[in-house]
Design a protein around this ligand. Structure first.
Ligand code: S3P
Length: 167
């Protein structure tokens, strides 16, 4: 496979897990956007939000995506907010297929509730908040996506093979 795959979806939708499965089972190169930004800045995402603000972080995401246009055979695990910016969607379209991993708010909550690495969920760790933010973001996820994969109740191997079959 020479095309790139961009995995988009809400926090906790399983983007990182599926990206690792695609790397292990199909030999794709993996870029984890949050990790790359953290190592570039020498800070965690939470520290970047606290020290520099969300707008600064969003600009880093856009800059990183624009650098990925030379990539091939790469799966990119995107931060959950990436498709909110039109220029990010355009950059992803230019270099690959955009796959939206969907999951129910209850599933998301179960996956994220023990972690304190996501500034947007600090103080908002409940299903109602997740549901509301997801509803707000859903139109952008859906309009960005070339393909949507439902992930509830499926294992990583099943999801990865569904992705490869549908692109
Ligand atoms: C965010 C999602 C996070 C991270 C940051 C903001 C978002 O990534 O980029 O905390 O706006 O949805 P994950 O989707 O990998 O958790």
């Amino acid at each position: 496979m020479s095309k790139n795959i961009f995995l988009i979806g809400f926090m906790g939708a399983g983007k990182s897990t599926i990206a690792r499965t695609l790397r292990e089972e199909y030999g794709m190169r993996l870029i984890e956007m949050d990790e790359q930004i953290e190592s570039q800045e020498g800070k965690t995402i939470s520290q970047i939000f606290a020290d520099n603000g969300e707008a600064y972080f969003r600009a880093l995401e856009t800059r990183l995506l624009e650098c990925l246009e030379e990539e091939e055979n790469t799966v990119v695990s995107c931060g959950g907010g990436v498709p909110m910016r039109r220029e990010n969607v355009a950059a992803m379209r230019r270099s690959g297929t955009i796959v939206y991993l969907s999951a129910a708010p209850e599933t998301i909550y179960e996956r994220v509730k023990e972690f304190h690495t996501r500034p947007l969920l600090e103080g908002n760790m409940n299903v109602e908040y997740i549901k509301a933010l997801m509803a707000q973001r859903l139109p952008k996820y859906l309009s960005a996506a070339d393909v949507t994969i439902e992930t509830d109740g499926k294992d990583a191997g099943t999801i990865s093979s569904e992705i490869l079959q549908s692109i």
